[in-house]
Design a protein around this ligand. Sequence first.
Ligand code: GRF
Length: 224
Amino acid sequence: MIRIGVLASGGGTNLGAILDACAAGRIDGRVAVVVSNLPGAGALARAEKAGAAAEVVPSKGVTDRAAYDAQLVERLRAHGVELVCLAGYMRIVTPAFLRAFGPSEATRGCPRVLNIHPGLLPSFPGLHAQRQALDYGARFSGCTVHFVDEGTDTGPIVAQAIVPVLPDDTEAVLAARILEQEHRLYPQAIQWFAQGRLSLEGRRVRVDGSRPPAAFAQANPAVE
Ligand code: GRF
């Protein structure tokens, strides 16, 4: 059972999906602690409701990012966290934080910090990915679970899900369509990590025992 630490700044629907998946046995793990930089974050209430530890490390007025992240590392370690999941966490983590949760032999070269991004990376990294996709005129968008590196949404990709962008979409409608996929994809990727099925070669993440996506396999029976 892997001990998961979740960092969240917002409403925490992805956290909710992770908590549900742990409770249902779809993740071989449990959420050991949820930490937020914002005292009023909905994610904290969700954590408490689910009986998970919830802590605030306030970021308001903080200018020393290294000192802030050192506090985070200390709190996560206090709860024995083995995997950190960023879920709507609106701060960039420092290199020292990433080193604290860096790869080990046990993780087969995989770092121990994951993030979910509401876009198909490497397109549209950073803030407002859904609006970026709409404004650009992309026909498809989706979400990406990736390991976190020192860049913004540039780490090795673990999993992606695709949704269409429809002609009458608003940013909110597209975001909701993507969010539905986020709630499915993030727990799945965490479970792969928990099962030790992930390994990293260069920046390519291998998932042991994975099959091609169903739609592709149907059209290309030879690859099954
Ligand atoms: C999600 O779209 C996530 O991909 C992005 O921020 C949003 C957070 O939503 N990084 P929630 O707080 O999990 O509801």
